[in-house]
Design a protein around this ligand. Structure first.
Ligand code: SAJ
Length: 415
């Protein structure tokens, strides 16, 4: 089997390695020539793909920027970014450019699958016409399907092979083709009736998280005013063996999925005269959390008669979630921005993030930073960081992740 992967990011590159491991010859297409050169030398830019894994499949993988190299592929999987524009509308430029390029080489019998997260209707209304510009007909001359990516960077308990893969074909035959291809790398395929159902499935998964995270953040703000420890309440609620799913409050909602995906649906919903209140409200609450956390930092310092202006504030953990180095939409960036604007003397420690270029900051050694700071703020809890050391050495600690839950140390304040 010959597979083409368009877009070699955190979805595309692991997919290329997985198909190559399954015995397919896999061509990876990307625009980034320096990335392609590094890949040809066996150097991975994706945390979840080790150089050794690239070496294992070197015979079965190739890397190109020329779409003509995908002409011989039996299946072409599109894994390009689908971000938001400045005014928070779907930005399908990468997807459309991929569609146009594939439309120049598509041939009868090929399968094209879109994996990028997008609103229901994108595959049928935006991708298919670009492919049919070839003069061939989708659903009869070639097959088309949507199959959402479920890659969770850094996760090891569930893999591409063990995570059920949802597939929605333009026709039954399209779905069957996609099921056959993905069957080489996924143990459990979930067939739905259309690309729209598959597109909506992915958005439901992530909107479900965004809304519940926002709920926890709102209750955290309320609990603080009521003098209730939200972490104790979450732990107690989580003892319910049914009908409850744990989410936790935090400094906000980062990453390249959850802050983006819901707004693809709310944008589409407006075309059906429906305003998705839950999505918008969740977005508002989650976007406010970094500002709320800065207020909590200021009031914690104030309790020690220290003004925020000039205060030495140490952020511990700045990536968007534990165990990864990705800082996209990380709440810590907004917190840092606000602290700098308020005149704080800011530093950070994060073993996964060597520097924050835009803020002209680099990660500092933890122990010496703790000796000189006025407050340590635990923003992201990396397993490799000694948070007991943080809480014992810093004059005061603001814990935004509940890692100090149960502690009665007066110098440790929790969200
Ligand atoms: N967060 C909270 N409280 C929570 C959970 C998350 O504040 O209870 C924050 C995180 O700190 C982070 C953001 O929300 O800043 C997003 O966290 P996430 O755990 O949802 O991680 P993501 O963004 O990597 O989400 C991915 C998604 N995977 C895909 O899109 C394929 C999501 O569907 C997964 O469920 C999620 O990983 C996961 O379960 O880890």
């Amino acid at each position: 089997m010959n597979i083409g992967i368009v877009g070699l990011g955190y979805v595309g590159l692991p997919l290329q390695v997985a198909f190559a491991r399954a015995g397919a010859d896999v061509v990876g297409l990307d625009l980034n020539e320096s990335m392609l050169a590094a890949l040809r030398e066996g150097k991975s830019h994706i945390e979840d793909v080790a150089d050794s894994e690239l070496a294992e499949v070197a015979e079965k993988t190739s890397f190109t920027s020329d779409v003509a190299d995908l002409a011989a592929c039996d299946a072409i999987l599109i894994c390009v970014p689908t971000p938001l524009t400045e005014n928070r509308e779907p930005d399908l430029r990468a997807l459309e450019s991929a569609g146009r390029a594939i439309g120049t080489i598509i041939r009868p019998g090929q399968l094209v699958v879109l994996e990028s997260t997008t609103y229901p209707g994108t595959t049928r209304e935006r991708l298919v016409p670009l492919l049919e510009a070839s003069g061939l007909k989708a659903g009869s001359d070639f097959a088309v399907a949507f199959s959402p990516e479920r890659v969770d960077p850094g996760r090891t308990d569930f893999t591409l092979r063990t995570t059920p893969k949802v597939v929605g074909g333009l026709t039954e035959a399209c779905a069957d083709r996609a099921i056959e291809v993905y069957g080489a790398v996924c143990d459990h395929i979930v067939k739905v009736s259309s690309p729209e159902a598959a597109e909506m499935t992915k958005l439901l998964e992530n909107i479900f998280r965004s809304v519940n995270i926002a709920l926890m953040n709102e209750l955290a703000m309320l609990a603080d005013r009521m003098g209730i420890d939200i972490w104790e309440v979450v732990d107690a609620a989580a003892t319910k063996p049914y009908g409850f799913m744990r989410f936790e409050p935090g400094p906000g909602m980062g990453g390249h999925c959850l802050p983006v995906d819901p707004f693809y649906l709310s944008w589409r919903a407006r075309q059906f005269d429906l305003s998705t209140e839950f999505i918008e409200l969740a977005g508002k609450v989650n976007q406010q959390m970094p500002y709320y956390c800065v207020d909590r930092i200021a009031s914690s310092l104030n309790d020690g008669a220290i003004a925020l202006r000039g205060a030495k504030v140490l952020l511990v953990g700045v990536s968007y979630k534990a165990g990864v180095g990705d800082i996209r939409e990380a709440p810590s960036l907004k917190i840092a921005e606000q602290l700098l604007e308020a005149g704080a003397d800011l530093s950070y420690h994060d073993p996964h993030v060597a520097e924050l270029k835009d803020l002209q900051l680099t990660s500092v050694p933890l122990e010496e930073a703790l000796e000189s700071c006025d407050i340590a703020v635990i923003v992201t809890v990396h397993p490799s960081v000694d948070h007991q050391l943080v809480m014992s050495r810093a004059p005061r600690t603001l814990d935004l992740r509940g890692i100090s839950r149960g502690s009665t140390d007066g110098a440790v304040i929790r969200l």
